[in-house]
Design a protein around this ligand. Structure first.
Ligand code: PDD
Length: 286
């Protein structure tokens, strides 16, 4: 399937999408990114992704590479030029290209790249079964709210679960607090039946899926708390699931070798999945 990318202000075949060696993204991981879904060729929650992009850029003092309206048109054009009807868009902005110097050069211009990822959004079949996961120490920096391209701790932690044929690694602080997954936010239904997730602060990335789900949960008056939980709470939880753009809600049926609930997706997880899917259907409706 032919893939078309956007690089150096133009659309080119993916194989010709090359960036400069002295791009600060390449040399310093000096940049931020977004991953957004499109379904039936329509962007899911586009405004929320652009809001988060603007915020991440602002936090590290990189200007928006294009006005929002222009970015929006480019996203549409990227979808139009690619063969997939549904999938994931990767968008990255780095500070720009300059001879290597820790200080930002004054005249530097941000570099925007975008492409369609060769992976699919998780299927209902996968969500009906659920996945296995492990926990590992959270080795990241203190501004996990910025969607930084510096993902070395995330990829190393994710590799730990991948090597065990598991789907995700949830990260914990020295006091045992679970923050989030390597590329997902995590929720539990605790032993009292309360839905809980880590509060949105500098310890986690504010996921768009998480935000939307919490808005739904509030609107439906479902009991929940944005209150951190520990590894022990997670091991005792009735239900666990994670959220992300590519997974929506994914039930976790085994954690650190322990079966969660009865080893199948829990009732609250299933109910929230249906509510979230209704949001998706509404968003991408013609
Ligand atoms: N990951 N937490 C982290 C650390 C993430 O990297 C992500 C997203 C999330 C979930 O956010 P959202 O619901 O907006 O996808 C939480 C993307 C998908 C990635 O890196 O591929």
């Amino acid at each position: 399937m032919s893939r078309i990318a956007y690089v150096n202000n133009q659309f080119v075949p993916q194989s010709q999408a090359l960036i400069a060696m002295e791009d600060r993204g390449y040399q310093f991981a000096d940049g931020v990114y977004e991953v957004a879904a499109f379904i039936d060729r329509r962007m899911l929650d586009e405004a929320r992704h652009l809001d988060r992009l603007e915020r991440s850029l602002h936090e590290i003092a990189i200007p928006m590479p294009k006005p929002r309206a222009a970015l929006s048109l480019l996203l549409r054009e990227l979808i139009r030029r690619n063969a997939r009807d549904s999938g994931l868009i990767y968008l990255q902005v780095t500070r720009g290209v300059s001879a290597r110097n820790h200080t930002f050069p004054a005249s530097i211009k941000p570099v925007l790249t975008m492409n369609v990822l060769p992976v699919a959004i998780a299927s209902d079949a996968a969500r009906n079964v659920g996945v296995k996961a492990i926990t590992a120490p959270d080795l990241r920096w203190k501004r996990c709210d910025i969607k930084s391209i510096a993902l070395l701790p995330n990829i190393l932690s994710r590799q730990l679960s991948a090597e065990k044929n598991m789907r995700e690694t949830f990260l914990y602080l020295p006091d045992g607090t679970i923050t989030e997954g390597t590329a997902t936010n995590v929720f539990i239904v605790d032993t009292s039946g309360v839905l809980r997730t880590h509060p949105k602060n500098e310890a986690i990335l504010g996921g768009i899926t998480r935000d939307v789900l919490l808005e739904i949960v509030r609107a439906k008056n479902i009991a929940f708390e944005e209150r951190a939980f520990t590894r022990d709470d997670m091991h005792a939880a009735q239900e666990i699931f994670f959220t992300s753009t590519s997974a929506f809600l994914m039930p976790v049926i085994e954690i650190d070798g322990k079966i969660v609930g009865n080893g199948t997706p829990g009732a609250i997880t299933k109910k929230l999945t249906e509510l979230y899917k209704a949001h998706v259907a509404h968003e991408v409706a013609a």
